[in-house]
Design a protein around this ligand. Sequence first.
Ligand code: NAD
Ligand code: UDP
Length: 318
Amino acid sequence: MKTLITGAAGFLGSHLVKSLLDKGKQVIGIDNLSTGRLHNIEECLSHPLFQFYECDVADPSTLERDELKGVAEIYHLASPASPIFYQNAPFDTIAANTVGTHQMLELARRNRAKLLYASTSEAYGDPTLHPQPEEYYGNVNTWGPRACYDEAKRLGEVICYEYYQRFEVQVKVARIFNTYSAGLRNDDGRVISNFVTQALTGEDITVYGDGGQTRSFCYVDDNIRGLQLMMEKDAATGEIINIGNPNEISILEVARLVKQLSHSPSRITFHPLPLDDPKVRRPVIDKARQLLAWEPEINLEEGLSRTIAAYRNQLIVN
Ligand code: NAD
Ligand code: UDP
């Protein structure tokens, strides 16, 4: 049985590739290497159960590739995910999540494959309901720098819905909340990679705004376990499920924690808050608990300690 992972050379994709190969699965990875790096899957490239193809999910020729025939499971992860990357490439971001999602769903339909779509907590925008259950429709600004990502993901979900309703493709939509660990590029721009890189190199730790905004951080192993359970469990078919850690923390507290855990001399400095930066974010994970018997196991202190140790060893390969 072949499993296709789009965005295989990215942060989550590369962790998923390794996890599935460890379980003896035959894995095909595709990636256009826009934000991902082959370095992330270097050790897998010679694995007998792994094939990698450099291609774009939104390119019509990708759907026709012989190598993708016969796939039974598709994890559709391909998309820029860091605000700096998606805001630099808004049209590619829109294409990956709309045209790309449509194409991967069509591939799933032709092959009677299951498809998991990596959506995002950004579907809730700057939420007016806190914490966020899946039933919440969200509060997204269409006229701002985050819209190309947020609205593209929301439309991606819509296309999943139509393929589920009209063609009975077994779709599963994971709304992923901020996930971290080693493997994020040092220049990825997301908060954990920024803070850990800054702390380890003695640079200022750059808090945007007053740092009072909150996020809920999920360690990558918990996320990858959740995505695989979604793929495995029939109960997740036709469902949107939050995959995230409900432990909420302010960004200033994260900066202090990273500084403390890495014994860093860095100063914490304050910078302008980006436009439309969500003020709070915390998942309700009752649905994941009920349908998947899933919940995160690794707390932030443990996850950050592992992340800091790994970054310390690797500085800077990217
Ligand atoms: P990432 O940028 O590290 O990985 C994305 C990968 O997709 C990269 O390897 C990139 O080269 C590839 N890609 C982008 N556009 C492509 C295209 N058109 N065709 C083929 N490949 C393409 O990001 P990530 O953190 O690993 O995120 C993976 C997925 O999970 C994304 O869809 C993202 O929106 C979603 N997600 C991630 C998080 C998180 O905290 N990491 C949170 C919410 C949602
Ligand atoms: N952030 C920060 N300093 C940084 C990078 C990010 O204070 O160097 C803040 C950012 O403004 C946001 C939070 O950290 O409030 C999470 O940002 P990230 O880009 O990781 O993800 P997202 O905003 O998409 O949740």
